[in-house]
Design a protein around this ligand. Structure first.
Ligand SMILES: NC(=O)c1ccc[n+]([C@@H]2O[C@H](COP(=O)([O-])OP(=O)(O)OC[C@H]3O[C@@H](n4cnc5c(N)ncnc54)[C@H](O)[C@@H]3O)[C@@H](O)[C@H]2O)c1
Length: 248
């Protein structure tokens, strides 16, 4: 077990990649406090996984959410935090010239600001355990995918934040990396149904020839980033997308 006795916080854990991560982290021996706005799905997953998984219904844009999340994780699982996974994200696709302030607020409040607020609140706890943070960005940001301006701006800001934190917090023993996944989740399926041509074009360009599976393809890479196996890596962007984007 790669995460035995580690305590993790995972945002957006009731569906999609987050749900797969909660399952995989528990399988790898971690205790997981997972957060989502989807109460029914969260409670169902909590029931499925037993004592190692605790669900907290919280909107990550809410005031003082970071205090509530940290307190719940520490109180439920022995007072230490080892891993923070900033996975949750909401956004509304629009062409750049149609983007309104409310679209930017949705992307940035659930993405960059929630990520930063949880990182800052976790700092002292992660410094004590030499812990690690995994943030979520996107190929849509790296490539400037049309129709996703508010999302792309926010995701690239998360990569910038990650690099700065990696530089500033390395001395404290905290590692921070970014993953850009490609996986057939609820969010992805919605996008595929609504932007079928764009989705088909992107899927045709995946060198490994398929869209990723949350549990088989994405979760093991996040576990690697969360575990000591990646102890000499920080500030990196890891593409978990079947080779769609090859960074140089
Ligand atoms: N699926 C992909 O192929 C893909 C590609 C690139 C990047 N990503 C990124 O990976 C991450 C996970 O993607 P996904 O496809 O699983 O997304 P998803 O939409 O399927 O799931 C996101 C989860 O976050 C939760 N959430 C949304 N707003 C919230 C809020 N305010 N407070 C708490 N929880 C909230 C949702 O309820 C949901 O359970 C996201 O950061 C996404 O941008 C995914």
């Amino acid at each position: 077990m790669q995460l035995k006795d580690k305590t993790a916080i995972i945002t957006g854990g009731a569906a999609g990649i987050g749900k797969g991560l909660v399952r995989k982290f528990v399988k790898e021996g971690a205790n997981v406090l997972f957060v989502d706005v989807n109460e029914d799905a969260g409670l169902e997953l909590e029931k499925e996984l037993g004592a190692a998984a605790k669900f907290l219904k919280t909107d990550i844009t809410a005031e003082r959410m970071e205090e509530h999340i940290l307190t719940a994780a520490l109180e439920n699982f022995g007072g230490e935090l080892h891993i923070l996974v900033n996975n949750a994200q909401a956004s509304k696709p629009k062409l750049l010239l149609d983007v309104e302030q409310s679209d930017l607020d949705l992307s940035f409040n659930t993405g960059l600001w929630a990520t930063w607020r949880l990182m800052r609140a976790s700092y002292t706890h992660l410094a004590k355990t030499k812990g690690t943070i995994i943030n979520f960005a996107s190929g849509a940001g790296l490539e400037g995918l049309p129709n996703h301006g508010a999302y792309a701006m926010n995701k690239e800001a998360i990569r910038g934040l990650t690099r700065t934190a990696a530089n500033e917090w390395g001395h404290a023993g905290i590692r921070i990396n970014v993953i850009c996944p490609g996986a057939a989740t609820e969010g992805y399926k919605w996008w595929r149904e609504n932007y079928a041509d764009q989705a088909k074009e992107l899927e045709a360009k995946v060198p490994l020839g398929r869209v990723g599976d949350v549990l088989e393809d994405i979760a093991p890479i996040v576990v690697f980033l969360a575990s000591d196996a990646s102890q000499y890596m920080t500030g990196q962007t890891i593409m978990a997308d079947g080779g769609s984007i090859m960074l140089r």
